[in-house]
Design a protein around this ligand. Structure first.
Ligand SMILES: Nc1nc2c(ncn2[C@@H]2O[C@H](COP(=O)(O)OP(=O)(O)OP(=O)(O)O)[C@@H](O)[C@H]2O)c(=O)[nH]1
Ligand SMILES: [Zn+2]
Length: 299
């Protein structure tokens, strides 16, 4: 932060949440400042790094958004793309033994991660219910993810089991929690950041503009680690998916693409498809391939 002769204060910080037209920026000295983006920067989002400046008479203004690594966008009902979160390094994809795991949805989050060039952690919560509810096919699905190098972590958000390992995996990264309702995302978030509740309560009680639950909130965990919790991305599905992007979302397919007879192969009905052959040879999981086909049919 710096002050010049005209009492203009300038600084750099990270957007932690939005309130309507305004955003809250966490500054380098750990203070928060409320800012209004200047014209054309209205799409500033949670997770953005920004330059701001304030003067004694007016509110602080965002003058510059640093170039983004990536952005999670969602098309509004008016058909306009809206940025929900920016600069996300890792998707924490949460499932539980109850409600029962839905691997098609896990695959979809993974596709999103691959398109965003973000890492993945697959979390299975409610480990205490595994014995009662886990099916053989579920254990197989999990080992298939591990076979293609996605880390799988068993967690019990009630007892805290697995939380230390999860904290280790999220270190130094900006993480976002995803998963269907009831799997325990909030319980996990509260284990990681016990003060999260207080922070959201403080923001919504500030009186100046209500904190809406549809926007993302970023929590700073120290050591360059961040956690984003957002109801708006819990059922996130990448926009504008096409067969090429979809197939690229299945990382184990990639080594074989060049061996398909047709360069525009959708790996479905086409003759001499290297992906189908690899499934037959046992080099690609049959279940993952079937989920790919069903996603392809739904494009
Ligand atoms: N048995 C068991 N129950 C858990 C565990 N973790 C969370 N729960 C329970 O699961 C329910 C849902 O947890 P939440 O944390 O609210 O789930 P969520 O994913 O945030 O749900 P939404 O906010 O609807 O998206 C609550 O009743 C929790 O107490 C666990 O490890 N074991
Ligand atoms: Zn093919």
């Amino acid at each position: 932060m710096s002050t010049d002769t005209h009492n203009t204060v300038k600084g750099t910080g990270r957007v932690i949440t939005r309130f309507g037209a305004q955003v809250l920026v966490r500054c380098e000295d750990n203070t928060d400042i409320r800012c209004t983006p200047k014209r054309k920067l209205e799409n500033v989002a949670c997770g953005d790094w920004v330059d701001w400046q304030s003067n004694p008479t007016g509110t602080a203004r965002i003058d510059n958004i640093h170039q983004r690594k990536n952005a999670i966008t969602r098309t509004t009902y008016r058909g306009k793309p809206r940025t929900i979160a920016a600069n996300v390094d890792q998707l924490i994809i949460v499932s539980a033994w109850l409600p029962e795991p839905f691997w098609d949805l896990v695959d979809r989050y993974i596709i999103a991660a691959e398109l965003l060039n973000a890492e993945v952690v697959i979390v299975i919560n409610k480990h205490d219910l595994a014995e009662q509810y886990a099916k053989t096919s579920d254990w197989e699905a999990l080992s298939e993810y591990e076979n293609i190098d996605y880390p799988v972590l068993h967690v019990n958000a009630n007892s805290g089991e697995g939380i230390a390992q999860l904290k280790e995996l999220i270190k130094g990264k900006t993480n976002i929690l995803l998963g269907r309702s009831g799997v325990g995302k909030s319980s996990i978030a509260n284990q990681i950041i016990p003060k999260a509740h207080i922070l959201t309560a403080e923001i919504s009680d500030s009186g100046e503009g209500r904190h809406t639950t549809t926007t993302a909130d970023l929590y700073e965990l120290g050591d360059d680690s961040y956690l984003i919790d957002s109801p708006g991305v819990r059922d996130y599905m990448p926009d504008n998916l096409d067969p090429v992007k979809l197939a690229n979302g299945y990382r184990e397919f990639r080594p074989y693409f060049n061996n398909c007879k047709f360069s525009n192969c959708t790996h479905n009905h086409e003759p001499q498809c290297a992906i189908r052959q690899s499934v037959e040879d046992g080099n690609i999981s049959k279940s993952r391939y079937q989920r790919y086909l069903s996603a392809l049919a739904n494009l």
